[in-house]
Design a protein around this ligand. Structure first.
Ligand code: URA
Length: 275
């Protein structure tokens, strides 16, 4: 899937901020290096993630998939199945996501799937502002490390957070928007949440139509890294801890000894092959 992007070279993206045009110089980092940092983020987040939902969650759902994916999906929050398994979109909504991906010739291994919240809100209630504020730095860091070209937001919460705008999903679904997120220009592509599509047939039809445009969007983005005008992303929420240097946490004994139930292999096995 990632065939065109040049790696390890400086690239220049244009974006506008507060009405003024800026040049943003970013250096595309090699995939193995970014994958290592993603693993470090996972390992440092897992035992220490003290969000307001820590008391009621079963497992943290970090996200899973290809650490070098061009395509990323961002949902709302883990549900009951995800909370049990520690993986995103493994319930009915996840099955629909898999189905829609297969209809356009893709599978999960070519994407990275994460959520705005890493812990399940009790009873699947809506995420609260303070929970979003606590969790969103981890999502922004994931986007920074994975360097997707296209980010599909699933539903209202992810769309509003990553677009930085109040318009809801009914108004903006299927409308690609160029955004500057975590220091890079990405194509944001808002989609209805699969759970909403399971409830309403008409919504499922719209979601399927929007999905059908994804291959074309990905192809268009393939050769045009940072090519368009982007609006500034919402500011990063404070409080993101930097992961330890690569390797520092990876071999530490604490993770395996203290958290034997953590299914690290299944969480991380899909992260893409270490280079
Ligand atoms: N709904 C979400 O938003 N995320 C999941 O992981 C599962 C259901």
């Amino acid at each position: 899937m990632r065939s065109v992007r040049s790696r390890g070279v400086a690239a220049r993206a244009q974006y506008s901020h507060a009405g003024a045009a800026h040049n943003l110089l970013f250096v595309a980092r090699p995939a193995p290096e970014r994958r290592t940092d993603l693993l470090a983020l996972y390992r440092c987040l897992s035992p220490e993630h003290r969000c307001p939902l820590a008391e009621t969650r079963t497992k943290i759902v970090f996200g899973s998939g290809n650490a070098d994916a061009d395509l990323m999906f961002v949902g709302e929050a883990p549900g009951a199945s995800e909370d049990r398994e520690g993986l995103p979109f493994v319930g009915r909504a996840g099955k629909l996501l898999d189905q829609l991906l297969s209809e356009i010739g893709l599978d999960r291994g070519q994407t990275f799937v994460a959520n705005v919240l890493k812990c399940r809100p009790p009873g699947n209630r809506d995420p609260r502002p303070e929970e979003i504020e606590e969790c969103s730095p981890h999502l922004f860091r994931q986007i920074e490390l994975i360097e997707p070209r296209v980010v599909c937001t699933l539903g209202n919460f992810a769309t509003k957070l990553l677009s930085g705008r109040p318009e809801g999903i009914t108004r903006v679904h299927g409308q690609p928007q160029r955004r500057e997120i975590a220091g890079r220009t990405v194509l944001l592509y808002p989609l209805f949440h699969p759970a909403a599509a399971l409830r309403t047939e008409a919504v499922q039809g719209l979601l399927r139509e929007d999905f059908a445009r994804l291959p074309g969007l990905l192809a268009e983005e393939g050769g045009a890294q940072g090519g368009g005008e982007a609006e500034p992303a919402p500011p990063l929420a404070p409080g993101l801890r930097e992961p330890p240097p690569p390797g520092a946490a990876a071999d530490g004994p604490s993770l395996r000894q203290d958290r034997p139930s953590l299914r690290e292999d299944s969480q991380l096995g899909l992260f893409g092959s270490p280079g």
